[in-house]
Design a protein around this ligand. Sequence first.
Ligand SMILES: *Cc1c(COP(=O)(O)O)cnc(C)c1O
Length: 386
Amino acid sequence: MTTPFLPFALPEIGDDEIAEVVDTLKSGWVTTGPKAARFERDFVAFLGDPSLQAVAVNSATAGLHLALEALGIGPGDEVITTTHTFTATAEVVRYLGADVRLVDIDPATLNIDPAAVEAAVGPRTKAILPVHYGGLAADMAAILGIARRHGLKVVEDAAHALPTSCGGALVGTLASDATVFSFYANKTITTGEGGMLVTRDDALARRARVMRLHGMNRDAFDRFTAKVPSWYYEIVAPGFKYNLTDIAAALGLQQLKKARAFQQRRAAIAAAYDAGFAGLPLQVPPQPLPGDLHAWHLYPVRLADAAGVARDRFIERLFEQGIGCSVHYIPLHLHPYWRERYGLQPAQFPHSQQAYERMASLPIYTRMSDADVQRVVAAVRAALGA
Ligand SMILES: *Cc1c(COP(=O)(O)O)cnc(C)c1O
């Protein structure tokens, strides 16, 4: 009997999700409609702050784009973000013709370093775009403080951060201008593809709702259900096609109900890894501050000098034992587009560079059994010759 390959990530889709999608398919309303609207209401209820508005979109990338667009970011402006992220965080800035100012991370947390942010603020800076890397909250008190002192906007990339808390408050309810969550296939909850923009800013929410559907001044749902006059709309801007379908929202409605339980399971896997790796020459990811919630979207380990194995070989050895891993992330400063556009050198980002060279992300998802978790622990020990 051969042991099956353990993939790096798998979504957990249950009978509840399947039934909700089937209900949608039978309802006759498959694109943005009542379920997308309900998903937005449920999302605000999940965050527990009725002063928020949620705008469902077809990806977090779309949500980030809409948030920055609504804040008026454009040519000549600069947005500060972390080099240690996925390209989506930064590419949306370029969609708007603005420039990206990449900064280094705090090597302890792998999150954007507030001191580096402060040092990067210049006359063109308009916004800060922190990422809650792996599901651990960025230092939002410091970032919001910098933003207040310099009159900057803050948009949180919360693609990993459902649910994450910061100073006891859930990410999504903090004092930033907007927060954007992702429901991509491998994220903490999934709609296949999807995202949610949340904000307390009425004008921002209104603009995002218009721009997510062609720049129409009424969304598709209103258009077909409002009493008067159902056929009329006005185009007020060349908008985008970023609306979330009801088929996707159906998945989201059921996934959201499980988000807390999913987080608890991932936290238990992280704790089992921490215990299993004690004494090995690798650095496990940091814990959240006392009382705070870590979403545990990622579990990146960093090899110590004493590991005696290079990162690439370490990953190969795990693959040879049937364990999928990944690297989060190849920092933006190493990708040709970002490197060449801004003339970036690894020496400008020593902490991100060093973390990248030593890191591997291990599988951490709810469909893993305890035996799967122990298999990973044993494989890591073997890969390190322990
Ligand atoms: C996944 C991800 C995104 C993009 O999310 P999509 O929903 O796929 O657009 C943005 N930022 C980070 C950090 C991500 O991991």
